[in-house]
Ligand binder design. Sequence first.
Ligand code: 5GP
Ligand code: MG
Length: 181
Amino acid sequence: MSSTITLQDKEFVPFISEQEITEKIKTLATQLAKDYDGKKPLFIAILNGSFMFAAALFKELAIEAEISFIKLASYKGTKSTGHVITAIGLDTDITDRHVIILEDIIDTGKTLHSFLPQLYNQHPASLKIAVLLDKPEPRKFDVPVHYVCFTIPNKFVLGFGLDFDGFGRNIKEIYKLKEDE
Ligand code: 5GP
Ligand code: MG
């Protein structure tokens, strides 16, 4: 693993190696294959951050399954609707399907907490959440997280799909912000 990298004048240091990521994702794929065998689950990956996690996981999955990618757009609604989240690209009917959401990282939980009711409204057979990284410390909104690759402290991270100001997604490992140490 290479040492310190600099992006937009911020220094990042190595945190989770490519090998550790690969191993955890294989373990998760094995667990999911066991839990969902014969259920033809539908994975819904949330772009942009989860594209690399989703690809790595899906390649390792040895059961029949579908995958779809969506983007969440967040905007301030009216006083009564509050924070509104809309899903772009959710074109698969999830009624009676076993659905697994793939997310790069859960932080405050706000994004998923606001979005999940829209999925429950379509009455999936089951709905679970799998994340690459879980940061439990800053959690402000309740989100049920069922599968976690890594539980991490409250530090800003990038790489393996996660960005800093749009950059760094192509880094094979996960780095953390140095000033956060
Ligand atoms: P939440 O709604 O749970 O607070 O935020 C989730 C989203 O915030 C993630 O999908 C991700 O896009 C972004 N995020 C939260 N923490 C980090 C982090 O440490 N690094 C990066 N790159 N994105 C983060
Ligand atoms: Mg995200």
